[in-house]
Design a protein around this ligand. Structure first.
Ligand code: ZN
Length: 251
């Protein structure tokens, strides 16, 4: 079984297509998405359409929640992007598609388990909103303990847009420290973040995702046409220009 895990698309269709093309070249059996299909980017409707068609399921991220229900704890730019995104579904020209997209979004789950994996967008404690940052492994032992107590074996999370593996020592390993591959072990709990497809925040602008096959978790980075996305964002007054410009820097 070969499983691709993607997360945090953020309405970036160019990045999503680049990742899916790479996935398709590798004979993957299943694709799952850890949430935040929406927010910040210029192609919310198209990205929901692609995710609904290509992924076995997706989780509800805080930005998806913000578009479907109410943006809470968002900065002004994110809030404005959420309202703009919602409008795009409302003006979806084909009524049948619009109903299908909205139905898909409103059915996103906050937590899914399969085999030895628990999947949430944020953390097992607060599945939609809590961030698990790399520095927490060093600075927040109680938080790490409480979170790992909720994980039987392995956990998949998104939300921070920073790829890597948390182990229950606790420690955090960025993909470079692992030479791009983490090996799942029976004697070690692990929380894996595949990084972000559409808005990486580890100072590497390339799209990020992982493939899990047997006990190997492989991290991938892919270039895509950032300029095309930035130009689309510039042309939409409701999306502030810096939401596009930061894509060049991966932050
Ligand atoms: Zn996100």
């Amino acid at each position: 079984m070969k499983l691709a895990v993607i997360s945090d698309i953020h309405a970036n269709l160019e990045a999503l297509n680049a990742v899916l093309e790479h996935i398709d070249a590798q004979q993957v059996d299943r694709i799952i998405c850890l949430g935040d299909i929406l927010g910040y980017g210029p192609n919310p409707v198209e990205c929901v359409d692609v995710i609904a068609r290509r992924c076995e399921w997706s989780l509800m991220g805080n930005h998806d929640f913000g578009v479907v229900y109410e943006p809470t704890n968002f900065n002004l730019a994110a809030e404005q992007a959420a309202y703009w995104s919602r409008e795009q579904f409302e003006i979806d020209s084909n009524k049948e598609d619009a109903a299908r997209h909205w139905e898909f979004l409103s059915r996103l789950r906050v937590r899914v388990t399969f085999d030895d994996f628990l999947c949430v967008h944020g953390t097992p404690r607060r599945p939609i909103n809590e961030y698990l940052f790399p520095e927490d492994a060093l600075n927040s032992p109680v938080k790490m303990q409480q979170i790992f107590d909720l994980v039987d074996k392995y956990c998949l999370v998104g939300h921070t847009h920073v790829p890597g593996v948390f182990t229950d020592e606790p420690d955090f390993y960025p993909p470079d420290d692992l030479d791009g591959v983490y090996t799942l072990r029976d004697d070690e709990k692990a929380i894996i973040n595949p990084g972000s497809v559409g808005q990486p925040r580890d100072l590497d602008p390339r799209a990020s995702y992982v493939i899990i096959e047997d006990d190997a978790v492989r991290f991938f980075r892919l270039e895509y046409d950032i300029e095309a996305v930035v130009n689309k964002i510039r042309a939409i007054p409701e999306l502030l220009d810096w939401l596009g410009e930061r894509l060049y820097e991966g932050r």
